[in-house]
Design a protein around this ligand. Structure first.
Ligand code: ADP
Ligand code: MG
Length: 253
């Protein structure tokens, strides 16, 4: 089976600053793949490369068997046009630390927006799906609330529903609970756990080691732009082999 994401020697620099220095990894369909590591290690940059918000400088990055940013015709590769990049990006849902909901729209309208505006779906169809998705994230009764009338955890769950509304084949989470008050973290993690149980392929950058251990199929520890250690969460988190992993875990656990 094709990997959902495959990175081979992925490099990314900003000017003279090398951020990713040869990342190799593979994410299988339906896998929950947790990415951990200190601030500045390149985790967000790697996620941004996957959905082509950044272009890699060297190496190869495949999503669902396709080289990110290129179209293959015969044995030739063509760089994608912006419109094609945007189209491919629709298959990848992204949830950030900051929820970035549209403040002037209700929860329901936020979830309906992209399917209607981007995919040209009818409002009736988009509304039905949006209602189901809000139910699924436990916010069926908040459909008419504006973001300012929701807690941070509720806003983040709306953001997850909004990403799911595009029916992505891959979900990227970049520290989705880091901005939340501690008592609101659990509800968001529960939604993510439910998604995992439903078979969604997920890459999750997180400092929630409990989530990584219980829900993750694999965990990768990144530091200074390289993968230091990877494997089964129970092995990596409870029996790390590298000093850098040990030092990191002793700070976050
Ligand atoms: P992490 O998510 O692991 O905290 P990032 O991927 O955000 O790490 O950042 C890795 C490094 O790349 C940091 O040193 C950061 O300053 C740098 N960086 C990230 N984005 C940019 C950018 N757009 N321009 C220049 N440097 C950047
Ligand atoms: Mg980051």
């Amino acid at each position: 089976m094709n990997a959902m994401v495959k990175a081979e020697g992925v490099h990314k620099s900003y000017g003279a600053v090398q951020v990713l220095k040869g990342i190799d990894l593979e994410v299988a369909p339906r896998e929950v793949f947790c990415l951990i590591g200190p601030s500045g290690s390149g985790k967000s940059t790697f996620l941004r490369c996957i959905n082509h918000l950044e272009q890699v400088n060297a190496g190869k990055l495949y999503v669902d068997g396709r080289l990110v940013g290129y179209r293959q015709q015969g044995d030739k590769l063509y760089e994608l046009k912006d419109s094609e990049v945007a189209k491919n990006r629709r298959d990848i849902g992204m949830v950030f630390q900051r929820f970035n909901l549209f403040p002037h729209m209700t929860a329901l309208a936020n979830v309906m927006e992209a399917p209607v505006q981007v995919k040209g779906e009818t409002k009736a169809v988009a509304r039905e799906r949006a209602k189901k998705l809000l139910d699924r994230v436990g916010l069926g009764d908040k459909a008419e609330n504006y973001p300012s009338q929701l807690s941070g955890g509720q806003q983040q769950r709306v953001a997850i529903a909004r990403a799911l509304a595009m029916e992505p084949k891959l979900m990227l989470f970049d520290e989705p609970t880091s901005a939340l008050d501690p008592e609101l973290v659990g509800d968001v993690l529960d939604v993510m756990r439910g998604l995992a149980e439903d078979g969604m392929t997920m890459i999750v950058v997180t400092h929630e080691m409990g989530f990584a251990r219980e829900v993750g199929d694999s965990v990768v520890f990144m530091d200074q732009g390289v993968v230091v250690e990877s494997g089964n969460p129970r092995d990596v988190l409870t029996n790390p082999q590298h000093d850098r992993t040990k030092a990191f875990l002793s700070k976050v656990l």
